[in-house]
Design a binder for this molecule. Structure first.
Ligand code: GLC
Length: 399
């Protein structure tokens, strides 16, 4: 299989145009709308060979921004096809997703400089990151809270079992019902973080906050390039504050852990979230060495024959085969976590280990096609077919 060719073909096939908006759906049969972080990854891939399509992807994503700055995690461009994602408020969901937009915008510009594009989206970008910092951290603790597992992008990760009161062997349907109930409760309390939402589900998630730190730095680059001194100061200040707060409250035993509740109880479930801070350079060189050698490369926990498990094999919640009904973040490999780990490894100079992730990612696509996720032990594909962000392998060639 010529992966390059197949990946580009898939991006083309999953491209949609609605009115003046152009975007790429994650998968025709399962996900016929626009998703926030998916679109950012699609833009990062497109930036390599079709910058105008990459820019269009972000423009359409930002076109449904809420008045308070929130960017919704799904835009239902064509209402009424699927009723599974009934989390909507007038054509969009009421949740957000890991904030990869500034990183994607800077990446597009880095490859194809376009000041006018950056100027045109800068106000929306700034207001999105301001929303996260002001509305999702109402007590100024410098950690951003997510209000639903879906905001992490890892919908059924066992990191969230305790705060959701879910059992390890909960079914896909029951799990979805818990998350939908959260949306209903938050809708009733008008999405007020300070007084209401925090009572239901309020998690300081490691990948979300690590991704935010790296994106605030990207926003800082954009603001500096555009000579918006205030924006540059805001972005860099908060990148530093969040990185420090993560260290203070989410770090224990040489690893980062997500936390829940007012007293920051660490959610001690071993997942690939340990590796996400590599992407933002949050471990020291020595700590990174320990994380990579002792955890990432341990076959008994994360290092599987076909790549990096999203949950340690030693966790009671670990399920290689996912759900019969669909995808799973309870162990299977996702191309997205591979990409973030790949970027993190390169940041610390682990070229051989990064190349190994790339080789394994390509092998998975060759064996099972562009599936949503993969069994780490057998490489078998799971969940949606024709899943667009598999094309992230095109952005794994920098070692
Ligand atoms: C699944 C994934 C989520 C992704 C969405 C659309 O819900 O868990 O991360 O954004 O599919 O692809």
């Amino acid at each position: 299989m010529n992966i390059q060719k197949e990946a580009k073909k898939l991006l083309e096939k999953n491209r949609r145009i609605t009115g003046e908006h152009q975007y790429t759906i994650p998968s025709e049969e399962h996900y016929p709308y626009q998703w926030l972080w998916d679109s950012c990854f699609h833009a990062i891939i497109l930036a390599q060979y079709d910058p105008e399509a990459a820019r269009a992807e972000l423009r359409s994503l930002l076109s449904k921004q809420f008045r308070d700055g929130m960017v919704p995690h799904i835009i239902y461009w064509l209402p009424g096809i699927l009723h599974m994602f009934r989390w909507g408020v007038e054509g969009t969901s009421s949740l957000t997703q890991p904030p990869m937009i500034a990183y994607a915008a800077w990446e597009i510009h880095r490859r194809n400089p376009d000041k006018a594009f950056l100027e045109s989206i800068y106000p929306e970008l700034l207001s999105y990151y301001r929303f996260l910092i002001e509305k999702r951290d109402p007590r100024d603790h410098h950690l951003i809270g997510i209000i639903n597992p879906d905001e992490s992008g890892e919908d059924n990760s066992p990191r969230f079992d305790a705060p959701l009161s879910a059992l390890h062997d909960i079914s896909y349907k029951e799990h979805l019902a818990l998350r939908t109930r959260l949306v209903d409760a938050n809708t009733e309390c008008n999405f007020d973080a300070e007084t209401c939402m925090r009572n239901y589900f309020w998690v300081k998630d490691v990948p979300f906050n690590a991704i935010l730190v790296e994106n605030l730095r990207a926003l800082g680059h954009i603001a500096s390039f555009l000579k918006h001194g205030d924006g540059e100061h805001f972005a860099n200040l908060h990148a530093g504050l969040i990185a420090n707060a993560m260290r203070e409250r989410l770090f224990g035993g040489g690893l980062y852990w997500s936390a829940a509740g007012a007293n920051y109880t660490l959610l001690k479930v071993a997942t690939w979230a340990h590796f996400a801070p590599l992407f933002a350079g949050l471990y020291s060189e020595e700590e990174a060495e320990h994380v990579v050698r002792t955890h990432l490369l341990d076959p008994e926990t994360f290092y599987a024959p076909f790549g990096i498990r999203t949950v340690s094999k030693k966790e009671p919640s670990y399920r290689a085969e996912g759900y019969a009904e669909g995808f799973s973040w309870r162990g299977p490999i996702w191309m997205l976590s591979h990409w973030l780990i790949y970027r993190g490894l390169l940041r610390y100079g682990y070229k051989t280990e990064a190349a190994d992730i790339r080789t394994k990612s390509i092998a998975l696509l060759e064996k099972s096609g562009f599936r949503e996720c993969f069994n780490p032990e057998t490489g078998e594909g799971q969940g949606a077919k024709g899943f667009t962000w598999g094309a992230l392998v095109l952005d794994m060639n920098d070692e």
